[in-house]
Design a binder for this molecule. Sequence first.
Ligand code: 3PG
Length: 212
Amino acid sequence: MSGADPRVRAVLRLAPVIPVFTPDDVDDAVQVAQALFRGGLPVIEVTLRTATAMAAIKAMAEAVPDAVIGAGTVLTAAQMEQVKAAGGRFAVSPGATDRLYAAARDTDLPLLPGVATSSELMRGLEHGLDTFKFFPAVQAGGAAMLSAWNGPFGDVRFCPTGGIGAQTAAQFLHLPNVLCVGGSWLTTRELLQARDWAGIERLAREAAVLPG
Ligand code: 3PG
């Protein structure tokens, strides 16, 4: 790859929060996408942790074409291809391997790989990327870690995810090297089981105005 893929930062700049959503039902997933989009969050990471995830990505992308639906928990090159075929616009991975970096190039799918150490970050830089998911953010050092990284890696930008909630998002968002945060607090199991689309929309509305 010559130069970092500018599409990754463009996606991360669309909203201060990327909801991390694990779908159990395709029709409900469409309701979730509509609620989040109505609430002002156009970017959604759909984790590949359930059998319905790929079908959910396809249905959400078709039902809300102005939303940017991507896949999370992408672990393999084969999944990169499946995400692309399903209409996913980006891929997020908890870590990264040389195969995954190669698959991002081969599929031309923007990849936001997870890093938790300086060496993982440097490996990503060697692959030509400049934007990463910091995962698991709270467990791996939180905002202090990102501040420390801003010294040696001042040109790198992050989407921290993992352990972040509505009350703690702002402490990450005000960091100069953070473009947005990710989190599952907008689509909790309780909200999904209650099919509380209005509640999800309300949380999205609150998240959408968090100061970046
Ligand atoms: C992820 O896949 O990015 C995380 O599981 C989301 O983290 P959270 O559930 O702590 O928000």
